[in-house]
Design a protein around this ligand. Structure first.
Ligand code: FES
Ligand code: FES
Length: 163
C-alpha cells in the first residue's frame, strides 16, 4: 500500500500541534523531529526494546512502530508530560531515589511503562512488575534497581495520590 502525505492535529501532553508527514511515519520520529520531544528514545526501531515508549490513551505503546495516522484523535503522553526537573513525578523521583540508571538510555521506556502500569494497578506485586517490564530491555543490567524503583513509586503514589 502506498502511504500518503497527511497534515493532522496531534494531542501530546495536553497540547495540540499540527504536523505534516507521511501517514506511516513512526510516531517516534514525529515526536522527536517535529515536536522536539526527545524523552522517547530510538533504540531498536523494531518494537522490541521499549526505549521509545509513550502512553496513548492510557496504554504504554512503542512509538517506533506506531504510525502517525494511528495517533490522530488520541491522547499521547511523553516523558515530558510527567514531572519537571524541579518537580519530578513520583515515578521519576523513585528512579532518582533508587539510582536506577547507568547509561540511562532505557529509562524513558522504564518510566513510561511504570506510569501506565501504576495508573492501571496502583499496588502491583513484584511478580506483576517483572512481567510488565519484561519487554523493556536494559543493556546495562540495572534491572534490580529498576524493580526497586517501581515498587517505591507505587508506595509514593499511594501516599500522595499523584496522578
Ligand atoms: S526503539 Fe521502539 S521498541 Fe526499541
Ligand atoms: S541504564 Fe543503560 S540501558 Fe538501562
Amino acid at each position: 500500500m502506498i502511504s500518503q502525505h497527511i497534515t493532522v492535529a496531534l494531542e501530546v501532553n495536553g497540547q495540540t500541534s499540527e504536523v505534516s508527514a507521511m501517514a506511516d511515519t513512526p510516531l517516534l520520529l514525529v515526536l522527536r523531529n517535529d515536536l522536539q520531544l526527545n524523552g522517547p528514545k530510538y533504540g531498536c526501531g523494531l518494537g522490541e526494546c521499549g526505549a521509545c515508549t509513550v502512553i496513548i490513551d492510557g496504554v504504554a505503546a512503542r512509538s517506533c512502530v506506531f504510525p502517525l495516522s494511528g495517533a490522530v484523535g488520541r491522547k499521547i503522553v511523553t516523558l515530558e508530560g510527567l514531572g519537571t526537573r524541579e518537580a519530578p513525578h513520583p515515578v521519576q523521583q523513585a528512579f532518582i531515589d533508587e539510582q536506577a540508571a547507568q547509561c540511562g538510555y532505557c529509562l524513558n521506556g522504564m518510566i513510561m511503562a511504570t506510569k501506565a502500569l501504576l495508573d492501571r494497578n496502583p499496588s502491583p506485586s513484584e511478580a506483576q512488575v517483572r512481567l510488565e517490564l519484561a519487554g523493556n530491555l536494559c543493556r546495562c543490567g540495572t534491572h534490580i534497581e529498576i524493580l526497586r524503583a517501581v515498587l517505591r513509586a507505587a508506595r509514593l503514589m499511594n501516599v500522595d495520590g499523584s496522578p
